[in-house]
Design a protein around this ligand. Sequence first.
Ligand code: FCB
Length: 445
Amino acid sequence: MSFNLPADSRLARKDFLFGVATASFQIEGAAYEDGRTESIWDRFCATPGKVLGGDNGDVACDHYHRWPQDLDMIRKLGFDAYRFSIAWPRIEPQPGVWNQAGFDFYDRLVDGMLERGIRPVATLYHWDLPQYLGDRGGWVNRDTAYRFADYADQITRVLGDRVESYATLNEPWCAGFLSYRLGIHAPGLKDDRLGFQAAHHLLLGHGLALPAMRANAPKADHGIVLNFTPAYPATDSAEDRAAADYSDEENSHWYLQPLLTGEYPLAVRERHPEWMPTVYPGDMEILARPIDFLGINFYTRAVVKAGEHSDYESIPQDAPKTDIGWEIYPQALTDLMTGFKARYDNLPPIYISENGAADNTPVVDGVVDDQMRVGYYDQHLNAVHNAIEQGVDVRGYFAWSLMDNFEWAEGYSQRFGIVHVDYDSLVRTPKRSSAVFTDWLAQRR
Ligand code: FCB
């Protein structure tokens, strides 16, 4: 059994990159080993009521100890590349103190990939901010952007061109808005103005980091990973259509437009001057430093109507959903990318850096028959194919995730892996979906 894509699809060519993705906090465990110190996510997990079931990252998938076996698994499944992230508190456990044991871990991990013929794709910040920076305001504090640039310099100096692609940040919308504005992710603040300020400092940190990254890894590609949940109007009314457009300005273009044009979207600046961040002269030029690729993380869409007391309101849909409750709507992935191509004349090459489904099918007689996930991947790979047919330059696709892991505020309750993890024994069991990928990958030309 394989995916149903046209035989002549761009995705069926061996030069279209297929990978699996994970993130440090979600899989590593070994939370306080070899000098790692607390991150804002360790603190958030320890705060009652923040994470489902009081779950934490102390052990997670124990990848810190089991990485050779995990890399063997990636190779066996037949993927070309592995997108992983680096835990800042392993590298810089105290301000300005660089931890050799932290560098050594990622050094071994990257060499381990190269030995197995797996192409390393790194993300420098996937949300595990050192708690000592959290204590000083986290991303609301402008200084954090400069601290990030120092850390990016140090780690890329060590890993250099062995990593072929570096993303500065994963999903600044989540690290900014979800964390400081909506209160769902660490540190759990609920303040519009602080959300916008945190977002600005994240993007500033991204831009500040780029020159040293390029100097340390001149042959690598350097970019960023953004997440998008495009909004569709609940009805055809002019009000609802305007609400959907506005939602996209605030949640999608707020992050993408400054990177490509050096300006934040006017629609948001005009409507909400009271939320606008403090921006220093010269900042926007830093944000707009050229990038080699855009990573897109896509899971679902939103359906919105004009709110009575807000700019837009989400309307729950009576439609197929994954187990986490996110609507399955692959057309939005095609629309999103063709829309970007129409709006930005300097859109860089795109990688789908995350896409996948929570499907909590259990192990039965040693088998995980996750048919819903298989269908989800099939539909979304076709959505990528369709965007390419319409002229979008997509170069690769990463499944989220290699294995079940710590799903942030949802704890271990939601399983996104194509490999099952038993959290008692830590045994890994490849699911049906991973076998479908393996078949697909083997028949490419
Ligand atoms: C994304 C995150 C990733 C994972 C998926 C399900 O927002 O980047 O870490 O949790 O969602």
